[in-house]
Write a protein that binds this ligand. Structure first.
Ligand code: DGL
Length: 272
């Protein structure tokens, strides 16, 4: 048995491409429909009700593309609006629980850092799930509000002084506490991994939500006999609610090697 329908992936913007990239890498036969709500990004500074309303619209858009599964490739949606998926007719995958599981498995000293948007940190979702699995864990959180614009601006080179200094400030309390594991709780952050390693040193394990989530997707599809049979080459379709001047540059940064000059179609998400 196989299911050749696409996996639907959405994010508040383009950050979720770092998750899409991991799905492409691990599951090269799978078709993907991606929606980035670039017209309304960021979600991470907005209130719960607004984030829920947006998430419901994004999920409805993907359902209109007959997807077999919906992935909330957004730390913020996964933290504060995962229950919007309770009514979905297809399996739903969020990015928090899988990264928490990976972090708990990785930590040796029980000191885990979380770097995410302020909505994600305020939700307490990661901390709650970590403590359920590891009651003695010490969790140190930081809302890295300035980091999303830094990534969007393309200041991601290993020697970028603004990115380095900003990360030093956010990560200082975690370094002082002696964390050995850091969850990159926002989809934009994997592209800052090299700088984060430079700041934290190589002994801290970085948890990339995309990698942890792609593995979970593979397992879920395999269990449900829903993997693509791979007879046809995978197709990727990208949609966004706005196209800005720096759009292409940002797509390049986030998709990395997986950027293949994909066409991105603009849609009016309010009208879906
Ligand atoms: N995609 C969001 C996340 O992973 C970051 C950008 C935003 O604030 O919307 O939390």
């Amino acid at each position: 048995m196989a299911d050749n329908r696409a996996i639907g992936v959405f994010d508040s913007g383009l950050g979720g491409l770092t998750v899409a990239r991991e799905i492409m890498k691990l599951l090269p036969n799978e078709n993907i429909v991606y929606f980035g709500d670039t017209g309304r990004v960021p979600y991470g500074t907005k209130g719960r009700e607004t984030i829920r309303k947006y998430a419901l619209q994004d999920e409805r858009f993907l359902l209109s593309h007959d997807v077999k599964m919906i992935v909330a490739a957004c730390g913020t949606v996964s933290s504060v609006a995962a229950d919007t998926a309770d009514v979905l007719p297809v399996p739903f995958v969020e990015v928090v629980s899988h990264s928490v599981r990976a972090a708990v498995a990785a930590t040796q000293n029980g000191k885990i850092g979380i770097l995410a948007t302020s909505a994600t940190i305020n939700s307490g979702a990661h901390k709650k799930q970590i403590l359920e699995r590891l009651p003695d864990a010490e969790v140190i959180e930081a809302a890295g509000t300035l980091l999303v614009p830094i990534v969007e601006e393309g200041w991601t080179a290993i020697d970028d002084s603004v990115a380095i200094e900003t990360l030093r400030r956010y990560l200082k309390p975690m370094m002082d506490a002696g964390i050995d594991t850091l969850i990159l709780g926002c989809t934009h952050f994997p592209v800052l991994s090299s700088i984060i390693r430079k700041v934290l040193g190589n002994s801290v394990t970085l948890i990339n939500m995309g990698e942890a989530t792609a593995k979970a997707i593979e397992q879920m599809l395999a269990l449900g006999n829903s993997l693509n049979d791979g007879v046809n080459a995978a197709e990727y379709k990208f949609y966004a609610s706005d196209k800005t001047k720096s759009f292409e540059k940002t797509v390049n940064i986030l998709l990395g090697d997986y950027n293949n000059d994909f066409e991105i179609e603009q849609v009016d998400i309010e009208k879906i």
